[in-house]
Design a protein around this ligand. Structure first.
Ligand SMILES: C[S@@+](CC[C@H](N)C(=O)[O-])C[C@H]1O[C@@H](n2cnc3c(N)ncnc32)[C@H](O)[C@@H]1O
Length: 292
């Protein structure tokens, strides 16, 4: 077993062979086998704008697989929390990283990333995500305001980083853009994985930002943005009028009366995350201006 802080990083193919698990695409198991991509992932976090001032650098990895990325993260973080749902992989990780677990440098959580409690002390996440639950995981991570480096399906990454007035711009771009600056830092070919996925991938880096307008409630904001984008061909005036099914928005007419006329004439796809946040505040406050 290699000391996680010294020596060369574990070899991807050797880890797969030791685990004896080839990877099942039906369970989002596409293991990274390209050393150069693996080495770059933690390095993207250390770009100046992503540096954290926290005393303990605690990286969360979702979907640890055979531990090939976990190994690299242990070399640059004080602590790593790795989450893996597959019991066989979790068992392998417990054996492979026995020393790091005993030294209290690695916490292994066997469970579903959508259900586990994410520790408050986490300062960043670097993950090669299970693509079938990317949006749920991204929506869980973004409100935590920590830097993220995530391997994602390329089309998803493009939607996340999209600007207003483009065809990719939607609820994912608005919510991501509210919490963070989003950059695609690297497209990744299918050959970087084993087994190879059917889709192209890309690495996204998010850098938390202080939003111009605070939102009242993360869940409400997501519901509001989703409800408006399901009617993206309508003007905001008509889309908001139709959002009565959002339980917390009981008086859409009051929002329409109070909102800026310029915003109401536009369609959702033209509005920046800031404008969405301003509207969500009004909606939360039943059309009354907010003091926060
Ligand atoms: C794309 S693989 C990445 C594996 C490894 N980090 C790598 O880069 O080679 C995603 C991993 O997430 C695990 N996984 C799938 N769904 C999950 C979930 N809901 N919660 C936690 N892990 C999950 C899969 O078993 C798989 O090991």
């Amino acid at each position: 077993m290699t000391d996680p802080s010294t020596g060369s990083a574990r070899d991807p193919d050797a880890l797969i062979a030791r685990a004896g698990i080839a990877g099942d695409p039906n369970h989002d198991q596409h293991f990274l086998v390209d050393d150069r991509v693996l080495d770059r992932l933690p390095a993207y976090l250390t770009a100046p704008e992503s540096v954290t001032a926290a005393a303990t650098h605690h990286i969360l990895e979702i979907g640890a697989g055979t531990g090939v990325l976990t190994d690299r993260l242990l070399r640059c973080a004080d602590h790593v929390t790795a989450v893996e749902r597959d019991p066989k992989l979790a068992e392998f990780l417990r054996e492979e990283f026995e020393d790091a677990i005993a030294a209290d440098r690695l916490t292994l959580i066997e469970g579903d990333a959508l259900e586990i409690d994410i520790p408050d002390s986490v300062t960043a996440s670097v993950s090669n995500l299970p693509y079938s639950v990317s949006s749920e995981i991204v929506f869980r991570l973004l409100p935590r305001s920590v830097p993220l480096v995530l391997m994602l399906q390329r089309e998803f990454a493009e939607r996340m980083a999209a600007e207003p007035s483009t065809s990719e711009y939607g609820r994912l771009s608005v919510t991501a853009g509210h919490y963070a600056r989003v950059e695609i830092v690297e497209p990744v070919p299918t050959t970087a994985f084993s087994p190879q996925p059917a889709v192209e991938s890309a690495v996204v880096r998010t850098t938390p930002r202080v939003p111009e307008y605070e939102i009242p409630n993360d869940e409400f904001f997501l519901q509001f943005v989703t409800a408006v984008f399901t009617q993206r061909r309508k003007t905001m005036r008509n889309a908001i009028r139709n959002t009565a099914h959002i339980s917390s928005l009981d008086n859409p007419a009051a929002v329409v009366t109070a909102a800026d006329e310029d915003l109401l004439r536009k369609r959702a796809g033209k509005l920046s995350p800031e404008k969405f946040a301003a509207l969500a505040r009004l909606a939360w406050n039943h059309g009354e201006p907010t003091e926060w």
